[in-house]
Design a protein around this ligand. Structure first.
Ligand SMILES: Nc1ncnc2c1ncn2[C@@H]1O[C@H](COP(=O)(O)OP(=O)(O)OP(=O)(O)O)[C@@H](O)[C@H]1O
Ligand SMILES: [Mg+2]
Length: 385
């Protein structure tokens, strides 16, 4: 079990002249602080050539740190910025957590109004680019690799939920936040960041954050945040990994556009195997693949209480626990949720949608995997689930 708080060795001193005001930073100990100059040098002045991605929170650059270590350097965008103390407190917590299936945070930079996070660099990009990227897929994921990825992500999430104290709810489990190292070991990224970032930084902890298509309806609509919201998102991701397609795809016939709807329909017809990625050319264990899809359905049931814990999910995936679908209920369907959101938008509520590169305020049925949603609903953290 990993417990905080905060009695770890100091890796660097934060001098007050580095900060934009005189906030009290006592109690912040374990965060490696990089200077802006150092990171600028590492990224060749944040050059376009070194830019490796752009998300809702800002741009990510590859950089070589002093000593030769490669890093992914995430420069948070202006609207993501928040108070130094709050930022560092969060980083302090995250930097203490280590697990084979979590991205490692090396440290951060908080000079003047810059907020930069420094992570270990992962060679094989994210699942959204390499597995769900359609014709742009650069890697072939055989069945064994997919199984290892599913178990790895589940283990990382079980660790955050059940071993770390206090538990951490990721709030944005999705394919683009699952990065892959050189051996295709999955690493969950951006944990804790959902709490730090969304648009109105002073109220982030009370706002719903996440990505459309992966958001549990009770959290998106009611603002009720529990571990079960992550488990719902994991269920969607699991079905994506087995099927090799994103949760929403407007190019498919209408009845196949939403992956959960399609999975439920095939489950009822006892034809789940039809959902397995055809690019596997039949080279997979059909019984195991259907079992994984059933676990995805268990995780996305409408009632949060019916969803299994992540440690049970790990056991089911590895075969240590049977998958009992005798009382399985219909998933909370994304299409129902989207209907509701469309209405909300039409009524000019505070719902607000943004993508990584542009903002828009109506839902289309185009692929939604990069859409981030925030709403003004008050999130409550319920420890009972
Ligand atoms: N540690 C890392 N190693 C290698 N590449 C990374 C790393 N972190 C991020 N990236 C790359 O940068 C891209 C953007 O990441 P970022 O987390 O900013 O956005 P996102 O996950 O696509 O969306 P969101 O902002 O909703 O999390 C990733 O898709 C990935 O390609
Ligand atoms: Mg991300």
């Amino acid at each position: 079990m990993t417990c905080f708080p905060f009695s770890f060795k100091k890796t660097s001193t934060i001098s007050k002249h580095n900060l934009d005001n005189d906030e009290d930073i006592s109690g912040i100990h374990n965060v490696k602080i990089y200077t802006y100059k150092e990171l600028r040098k590492a990224t060749d002045d944040f050059s376009q050539a070194n830019k490796i991605g752009e998300g809702g929170f800002g741009s990510v650059y590859m950089g070589r740190l002093k000593g030769g270590k490669l890093a992914a350097i995430k420069v948070l965008s202006a609207e993501s910025r928040q108070g130094v103390k709050e930022f560092l407190t969060e980083i302090n917590v995250i930097s203490e957590i280590q697990h084979e299936n979590l991205v490692k945070l090396y440290g951060c930079c908080v000079e003047r109004n810059n907020r930069i996070l420094v992570y270990n660099y992962l060679e094989n990009n994210s699942l959204s680019r390499t597995l769900l990227g359609g014709s742009h897929n650069s890697i072939y994921f055989d069945w064994g690799t997919r199984c290892r990825i599913c178990v790895g992500v589940a283990s990382g999430l079980a660790f955050l939920h059940e071993e770390v104290r206090p538990p951490i709810i990721h709030r944005d489990i999705k394919a683009s936040n699952i990065l892959l190292d050189k051996d295709l070991t999955p690493k969950i990224s951006d944990f804790g960041l959902a709490k730090l970032m969304p648009a109105n930084a002073t109220h982030v902890s009370t706002r719903v954050a996440g990505t459309l298509g992966y958001l549990a309806p009770e959290y998106a609509i009611g603002g009720r945040l529990t571990r079960k919201a992550d488990i719902y998102s994991f269920g969607v991701l699991l079905v994506e990994i087995v099927s090799g397609r994103c949760n929403t795809n407007s190019r498919l016939p209408i009845e196949e556009q939403f992956i959960l709807e399609r999975t439920w329909e095939l489950y009822e017809r006892k034809e789940l195997v039809a959902l397995v990625d055809t690019s596997l050319n039949g080279e997979f264990d059909a019984e195991q693949a259907c079992k994984f899809l059933k676990i995805g359905l268990l995780c996305t049931q409408e009632s949060p209480k019916c969803r299994p814990s992540m440690s049970s999910v790990v056991k089911m995936l590895t075969g240590e626990m049977d998958v009992n679908d005798s009382t399985l209920t219909k998933p909370a369907l994304i299409s129902d949720f989207m209907d509701l959101k469309v209405r909300k938008n039409q009524e000019s509520t505070t719902m607000d949608l943004k993508t990584s590169s542009s903002s828009y305020n109506t839902f289309s049925t185009s692929e939604q995997q990069d859409s981030t949603i925030t709403s003004a609903a008050t999130a409550q953290y319920d420890h009972s689930m």
